[in-house]
Write a protein that binds this ligand. Structure first.
Ligand SMILES: Nc1ncnc2c1ncn2[C@@H]1O[C@H](COP(=O)(O)OP(=O)(O)OP(=O)(O)O)[C@@H](O)[C@H]1O
Ligand SMILES: [Mg+2]
Length: 270
């Protein structure tokens, strides 16, 4: 069980001036805890995000069809004002493998079905829902699409930091994670590709980051960003960055380090 953090977060609908302070006790992995800290840091690209508070109990009860946890919330209004498509997740979880049925919301018509699927998948994992995060959708440097939700596989790097210092970093997408799902893989044009084609794409992306001059500059900046973020947090953390199409590396997610996937062969994995 994590040490809960008490957060008082200000909720404000996009375009409105009145603010509501919402008090919650949440695990540190919740965006309600770490997002407000990283949003204040200079030079860190974070997707514009509105955290709309919801009632955790209602989010579970609604799956029986009795209550609508979004009835008085401004989830729809915030999505409209953020501009579709939007990236929608809970404060803990995105359901990313189901992509267009969960976190990728293309238009108003998909919003409610996706939100309920997200709550359903959260409940299956016993994950509390304290807020719905409505995030600016940032086009990423997608390599190919995988899993049954045709999820874009993007260059993504996970850093681990302990008590303010970076310990190690890893390329997030390993072939095994993709292979295990058994789902067909598609290229950017929508044609199915073979395992050797997509593993080649993964390898090529990873290698060009270590050799190409422009990519090396981006990686240098990425290391600086990770160091700046790590310095703000005590304890053990994972810090995830995703490579966007035109704006370099973007900080997308953080979590308690011991709850985050970590390659088994890493010497720093404890
Ligand atoms: N704002 C965004 N715009 C576009 N794509 C995004 C955005 N945020 C995240 N993504 C993509 O969605 C995926 C899942 O996002 P995120 O890390 O927030 O979810 P998660 O469920 O917490 O995942 P994890 O299991 O890695 O902790 C990322 O791997 C990234 O490719
Ligand atoms: Mg996460």
């Amino acid at each position: 069980m994590s040490n809960l953090k008490h957060v008082s977060f200000p909720y404000r609908c996009i375009g409105k001036s009145d603010e509501q302070i919402v008090d919650r006790d949440v695990e540190p992995t919740s965006m309600l805890y770490w997002l407000p800290i990283v949003e204040t840091l200079y030079g860190i690209r974070v997707p514009k995000t509105v955290l709309v508070p919801v009632d955790p109990l209602e989010c579970f009860q609604c799956l029986d069809g009795n209550v609508d946890p979004f009835r008085d919330s401004e989830v729809g209004t915030n999505c409209e004002l953020m501009g579709y498509p939007v990236f929608v997740r809970t404060d803990l979880f995105s359901g990313k493998h189901s992509w267009s049925n969960t976190c990728f919301v293309e238009d108003r018509g998909s919003l409610m079905p996706n939100l309920f699927r997200l709550l359903d998948e959260s409940a299956m994992r016993d994950l509390e829902v304290n807020a719905i995060a409505i995030r600016e959708y940032i086009p990423m440097a997608t390599l190919f699409y995988a899993f049954y939700g045709k999820m874009p596989v993007n260059p993504e790097i996970r850093f681990f930091a302990r008590d303010g210092k970076i310990e190690c970093q890893h390329w997030y997408w390993i072939p095994d994670a993709i292979k295990k799902s058994g789902a067909p893989v598609f290229d950017l044009a929508g044609s199915q590709i073979t395992e050797s084609e997509w593993t080649h794409r993964l390898d090529f992306a990873r290698q060009s980051m270590g050799t190409d001059e422009k990519e090396l500059l981006k990686i240098e900046l990425l290391n600086t960003m990770a160091t700046v973020i790590a310095a703000q947090f005590e304890g053990y953390w994972s810090i995830d960055f995703c490579l966007s199409k035109t704006e370099g590396w973007v900080l997308i997610d953080m979590a308690e380090g011991d709850k985050s996937w970590h390659p088994d062969d890493c010497e720093f994995k404890r």
